[in-house]
Design a binder for this molecule. Structure first.
Ligand SMILES: NC(=O)C1=CN([C@@H]2O[C@H](COP(=O)(O)OP(=O)(O)OC[C@H]3O[C@@H](n4cnc5c(N)ncnc54)[C@H](O)[C@@H]3O)[C@@H](O)[C@H]2O)C=CC1
Ligand SMILES: Nc1nc(O)c(N)c(N[C@@H]2O[C@H](COP(=O)(O)O)[C@@H](O)[C@H]2O)n1
Length: 258
């Protein structure tokens, strides 16, 4: 069974080589009707129905890397794999699995997290953890780095000052991942990651938002504090099970966004 044709069509431009400075980037997440992606105190919030969750797992097969923020990795303990897909046909290769990448400036991810457990059990790819270089690298930070590397993680360093805003880190982060050979990247969140990627349209090629028909109330609101978003235009809207899925791409420069 192949991925849904609308996903492959949407990502067709990714067949061309990415620019030298960054991978092709898809930003995707599930939200409630009132724009929440997480519960109070950043607790995990199951939003997607079975069908749209499967769509997300198909989307994972179409990317070389899958990225989440440190708070998401610590709070959700995600696996970032493709386990909700039907098994491949007999004699067909396994579904491609993206490389898990965690943005964790503090390196507070647990060495016994599911990503590392799956890797050590041979059921997941080696996770990469992107930390931020000096001045955060004190003795405790070095200890955590050694523990994570001992558990199998590859730690990459963004060599930036601590005062640099997250938004300005994104181009440097993308350049680092591209230099490491990542050509297609799926970014799942959380809210701080979404906002930093949306701080400039040139960080992202495609946005895919799943909206579940539920209201949450207090929780993590991805759009809270985000900048202007009028550079994006809708190219696809469809119902997937009970959820609506909307895809957006950056508006061509010559189009007037007013
Ligand atoms: N519904 C959905 O589809 C998803 C929901 N979530 C939810 O989001 C919530 C967590 O979100 P947040 O608390 O905002 O944390 P977050 O998951 O966005 O992580 C923040 C971390 O990422 C680092 N970071 C952010 N942007 C960066 C950049 N450009 N370069 C380098 N490092 C960067 C920060 O330093 C910080 O350590 C949780 O409730 C989680 O369940 C997370 C992913 C998807
Ligand atoms: N597509 C989607 N729908 C939801 O309802 C969600 N809560 C999320 N969360 C994201 O998926 C990660 C969990 O992945 P695994 O199931 O462990 O593979 C979670 O960390 C969020 O990034 N996504």
């Amino acid at each position: 069974m192949p991925p849904p044709p609308f996903l492959t069509a949407l990502l067709e431009p990714y067949a061309a080589p990415p620019p030298p400075t960054r991978p092709h980037v898809t930003l995707t997440f599930a939200q409630s009707l009132d724009g929440k992606i997480g519960g109070l105190h950043s607790t995990p919030l199951p939003l997607s129905g079975a069908e749209s969750m499967q769509m997300t797992h198909w989307l994972r097969t179409l990317h070389e890397g899958i990225l989440v923020g440190g708070a998401t990795a610590r709070g959700d303990d995600p696996q970032l794999n493709t386990r909700h897909l039907p098994p491949p046909a007999r004699d067909a290769p396994p579904h491609p699995a993206p490389r898990p990448i965690v943005l964790d400036s503090t390196l507070l991810l647990s060495p016994s997290c599911k990503l590392l457990r799956n890797f050590n059990a041979g059921t997941g790819r080696r996770p990469w953890i992107v930390g931020v270089g000096p001045p955060q690298c004190d003795a405790e930070w070095e200890k955590r780095r050694t523990a994570l590397e001992g558990a199998g993680a590859r730690v990459l360093l963004l060599d930036l000052s601590d005062t640099e805003r997250e938004a300005t880190r994104t181009p440097a982060l993308l350049a680092l991942l591209r230099a490491q050979g990542v050509r297609t990247l799926m970014v799942e969140g959380g809210a701080r990651v979404i906002r930093s990627f949306l701080s400039a349209p040139c960080n992202v090629d495609t946005i895919l938002i799943t909206t579940a028909p539920v209201l949450v109330g207090p929780g993590v609101d991805w759009a809270d504090g985000v900048g202007k978003l009028d550079a994006w235009r809708v190219v696809e809207t469809r119902l997937v099970g009970r959820d609506s899925v909307v895809a957006l791409v950056a508006r061509p420069e010559e189009e007037d966004a007013t």
